[in-house]
Write a protein of this length. Structure first.
Length: 989
């Protein structure tokens, strides 16, 4: 960032803050840039703009998952300008992404948010963060639009140590507006601006703008008797993302306990699982134990319900609410002890924490600002003042929020928002509760309303506050109210956990991605005209896809029905004849007594024994780079190669004999659309006896030697972690070490270390995939299911998201869900780089149908039990990456099976070569000749700029696939350097 300007415009009770950020790329190559910034908890992102040809163009709302896919597609295709801003997980942090950033070229973005101003009886204030990065030039301007110009305006500069200093500049007065301009010189090392005025709102007033209303009321607390000493529970979130919070948490906790009368303390900690609680008689021993806490593992907020100690009077909880693993908190969850939840992190899920605290009978506090600590401490262990419900006539009002219990602010002020119908007057009754006591109701009388004429939302402060309150009511559980939140975001052009804001540069981009442009763009009308011209018959397009996939599937079935035993026998007979002919030729030439001829005879005799890795016409390994952008061959073309093999064979091996008892695998009839699944056990090919020997992958990094040779590997890991705290590769390697140890305590430790990856970067689908693959290997299917579900919600544009989740669902015996997901892989439209993944999905869907043949399939022509002696599948976590599956068939007539030899002499088949990410690639063999099958993963190339430590590959090995005696093994390996082939498994038949 090279420049930052902040402008705050305040009209009670709302502040509108515009941040203008300028980015400059000082590198020599074009880059995509990212910038993450936290907003105040009460803020709502209402605007985003990108400069296009020197003009700031406002963004339009779009589904969050689509925004990311569009951005990546534009980067991949080196498209014109694109920029998005999106909420990070369910926190108050946002991330803006910009492309392209050319060398020495500046790009400007503008981020606008609104935030309510805190109003008390005598004053109003709001604290606004500065979003600039180190080294950027910075300036700020504060404007306050007064109803009474005689009121004062002041600004304080708040520094990182929370010390503040007043700005000495006199306000510039322009009618009812006062402005303070703050220069760069005095903004050095300033975190935020604290803006104050003695202008405020009336304690009880009703504001109606257009069809929206705001009813502001002052709620008085009743007097309560002070209770005696109590037993208190401290629940502490020890997840890895909170590793820097211990000092601030400890200081605050000590202040709280010094001012509370407590007789006993219970300390309970949790990350992905709860740890054993400890009991203390005094504060000093409690603080001593707290200082020894180790932060390790992901955050599982599902632990809160079970960790509470019913014998305690209340509970103090420290967490940021960033739930990263495990069952999501539900609105139906109940809590047996009042929880006072505190967050000292700038990134927190305040809506969810507020809901949990309110549900328990406690309260949530943002404790990031020390000057608020005294007020927070005074409310802990005290009854909480809540709004319960509002009673009104539905003919008079609608969509009134909040619509569930929420705490009233610390000063006793509460605002109710809603929409007014066509009435002349009305009344709303509000009910409140203070702890367990009900308090007198408050009746809000609406004045006579002459008209509720609509007002432009940009000019309607009450409408904006209503939209924000509705979003707050929904956003504690975005997974439950996704559709409502999207509709609200699109209508009001605001960001939410489910939506982003996007700006594109050209008409072609908007048409390509089917995004309606902002109406301020000159080509907005042209877009509407062209979209109407380009309307496609969706059903026709769907039918065409199914027909194309059916053709590919017919080729796969043709391969499956090919009698390779007969072809192998014919090839062996041909080889034998060649040998006999060669011997006769050798005898004839020896009789000529010519030394030069003898040398030629030897070479000629050797020719039939030369082993070739691929059929004629297939590219050798050395030629791969020149073929990188070639389109893959279709299944039907490959079958021509499979059914006409005439290669010189390898030399026969005396230790490897081809099984002579293989029955013919069936006829070559065309695929019938009414094919049915044969009953289990009635397989065309017999079962095979095979053993799977997995090569245990071990990291060669120097830090692993230190851990392996340590007397206390976990302690050594913690020491090394200080220097490698943000390295995904480090956590993967160390987790793998502990997970492969035989001691009972090693597996929980390994899982803790593994799930730290989820804490490194919120909303990273690659990190989610990495962890989910390893959890799959450890048979932690419920956790893997949770993460793959997250990936699917983030990347529904990628078929692998559906497939990964489907395979875990199948392992959990959730066959109906697995079948539904695989059906979607088959019939949905995907980017061309994922072409032919449908064929793999059909095989895997039939694997599910083998267990329950009553489940639906999107086209009966795909129904075919494809039982196999061997099946190997490989997938990986990284986009724009090429990993190749290689299988060396160490058998008589066996070959090297890979992308360059997709159909081998003995009947092995390798699926399409995926060169731009994820896979899957698979090797299949219906009838496996005796011998060894050596499997390797070849890390061919990686075109993604990533710091995640290479590529994680998931391999699954099946014997007797789709048969009652099926066996399988799953492993993960980490590929670090490209052009590297890693042996992973040997299957002996």
């Amino acid at each position: 960032m090279s420049s930052y300007k902040m402008k705050a415009q305040i009209t009670l009770p709302l502040a509108r803050v515009t941040n203008t950020l300028e980015f400059t790329n000082t590198n020599q190559k074009t880059l995509a840039g990212e910038f993450i910034f936290p907003l105040p908890e009460e803020a709502t992102l209402v605007g985003y703009a990108l400069d296009v040809d020197g003009v700031l163009i406002d963004a339009v709302p779009i589904e969050k998952e689509k925004a990311k896919a569009v951005f990546e597609d534009e980067v991949r295709s080196h498209g014109a300008g694109v920029s998005i801003v999106q909420q990070v997980a369910n926190s108050n942090a946002f991330k803006t992404s910009i492309y392209p950033l050319h060398h020495n070229t500046k790009r400007t973005v503008q981020v606008t948010y609104t935030i309510p101003v805190t109003c008390t009886t005598n004053s109003s204030e709001v604290q606004l963060p500065l979003l600039y990065a180190q080294g950027a030039s910075v300036s700020a301007q504060v404007e306050w639009n007064y109803a009474d110009p005689q009121k004062d305006l002041s600004v304080e500069l708040v520094k990182p140590d929370n010390q503040s200093a007043a700005v000495q500049s006199e306000p510039i007065i322009d009618g009812s507006k006062k402005t303070i301009v703050i220069s760069e010189e005095i903004l050095t090392n300033v975190n935020s601006l604290l803006i104050r005025s003695n202008e405020t709102q009336q304690d009880n007033q009703v504001t109606v703008e257009g069809e929206y209303f705001c009813a502001r009321m002052k709620v008085e607390k009743p007097q309560v008797e002070k209770e005696g000493p109590s037993k208190v529970q401290i629940v502490y979130d020890t997840s890895y993302s909170r590793r820097d919070q211990l000092a601030s948490d400890s200081d605050l906790l000590k202040k709280i306990l010094e001012k509370k009368s407590c007789s006993e303390f219970v300390l309970s900690t949790f990350s992905i699982t709860p740890q054993a609680s400890q009991t203390f008689a005094n504060v000093s021993s409690l603080m001593s134990a707290l200082s020894k806490i180790i932060f390790d593992g992901a955050t599982n907020l599902d632990n809160l319900e079970s960790i509470l100690d019913d014998s305690c009077d209340y509970c103090i909880v420290f967490t940021d609410g960033q739930h990263t693993l495990g069952r999501d908190v539900s609105p139906s969850d109940t809590y047996s002890v009042p929880m006072y939840i505190l967050s000292t992190s700038t990134k927190s899920n305040s809506q969810l924490l507020s809901h949990i605290a309110t549900k328990s009978g406690g309260a949530y506090f943002n404790a990031t600002t020390p000057r608020h600590h005294d007020a927070i401490i005074s409310q802990i262990a005290q009854p909480i003042l809540y709004f319960l419900t509002a009673d009104y006539e539905q003919e008079e009002f609608e969509q009134v929020y909040p619509n569930e219990p929420v705490p009233v602010d610390k000063n006793g002020y509460f605002c109710l928002y809603g929409k007014v119908k066509n009435i002349t007057s009305g009344q709303i009754t509000c009910m409140f509760k203070y702890g367990s006591q009900s308090i007198p109701i408050i009746q809000v009388d609406f004045p006579k309303i002459e008209s509720n004429k609509k007002i432009d939302p940009k000019d309607n402060i009450t409408a904006q506050l209503w939209a924000k309150q509705k979003m707050n009511s929904l956003s504690a559980f975005p997974q439950l109210f996704s559709d409502e939140m999207k509709q609200l975001s699109f209508e009001w052009k605001i960001s939410s956990p489910n939506t982003s804001l996007i700006v594109l540069s050209t008409l072609e981009q908007y048409l390509k991605h089917k995004i309606k442009p902002n109406q301020q763009l000159s080509f907005a009308k042209e877009y509407d005209r062209k979209v109407n011209q380009q309307q496609l018959d969706v059903q026709k397009e769907q039918d065409q896809k199914i027909e194309r996939v059916l053709e590919m599937w017919k080729s796969r079935v043709q391969w499956y029905q090919t009698d390779f035993a007969q072809k192998i026998q014919q090839e062996k007979e041909r080889i034998q004849k060649e040998k006999e002919k060669a011997k006769e030729e050798e005898k004839r030439k020896k009789s000529q007594q010519s030394s030069s001829s003898q040398q030629d005879d030897i070479m000629t005799c050797s020719m039939p024994r030369m082993r070739m890795a691929a059929p004629s016409g297939c590219a050798p390994m050395a030629m791969r780079s020149s073929m990188a952008m070639c389109a893959p061959r279709s299944e039907s073309l490959l079958m021509e190669s499979a059914c006409d093999l005439s290669l010189p064979p390898p030399p026969p091996s005396s230790s490897q004999a081809l099984s002579a008892s293989v029955p013919p695998p069936g006829n070559n009839a065309a695929l019938s659309t009414s094919a049915s699944v044969p009953p289990p056990g009635n397989n065309a090919a017999p079962s095979t006896s095979a053993t799977i020997k997995v090569n245990q992958w071990t990291s060669q990094e120097p830090y692993m030697d230190k851990i392996k040779n340590s007397q206390d590997p976990y302690r050594t890991y913690l020491e090394l972690r200080r220097e490698l705290s943000n390295s995904p590769a480090f956590f993967l390697d160390v987790a793998d070490y502990f997970l492969t140890q035989s001691t009972p305590s090693s597996s929980p430790v390994g899982l803790n270390i593994l799930t730290n990856l989820l804490e490194l970067e919120l909303d990273s689908e690659q990190l989610y995939r990495i962890v989910a693959y390893r959890l799959d290997q450890e048979r932690q299917f419920e956790w893997a299911d949770y993460l793959f579900t997250k990936v699917l919600s983030m990347r529904p544009d990628e078929p692998q998201s559906y497939r990964d989740l489907a395979l875990v669902k199948e392992k959990m015996n959730q066959l109906e869900q697995a079948a539904d997901l695989l059906n979607q892989v088959i019939y949905k439209k995907w980017d061309s780089r994922f072409d032919e993944i449908e064929v793999t999905a059909i095989i895997e869907l039939n694997h599910v149908l083998f267990k329950n043949k009553s489940l639906p399939i999107c086209n009966e022509g795909f129904r075919q039990q494809m039982d196999l002696d061997l099946r190997i599948s490989m997938a990986w976590d990284t986009n724009d990456t090429d990993v190749d599956l290689h299988v060396e068939e160490v058998t008589e007539l066996g070959q090297q099976a890979s992308y360059s030899n997709r159909n081998t002499m003995i009947g092995g088949h390798v699926s399409r070569d995926f060169r731009q990410g994820y896979g899957p690639e698979e090797y299949m063999l219906r009838v496996a000749p005796k011998g060894s099958y050596k499997v390797a993963a070849n890390y061919f190339s990686n075109h993604q700029q990533s710091l995640h430590g290479g590529t994680t590959v998931l391999l699954t090995f099946f014997t007797n696939y789709m048969r009652p005696n099926e066996k399988s093994e799953t492993i993960t390996v980490r590929l670090v350097t490209t052009a590297n082939r890693l042996p992973v498994c040997t299957i002996d038949v």
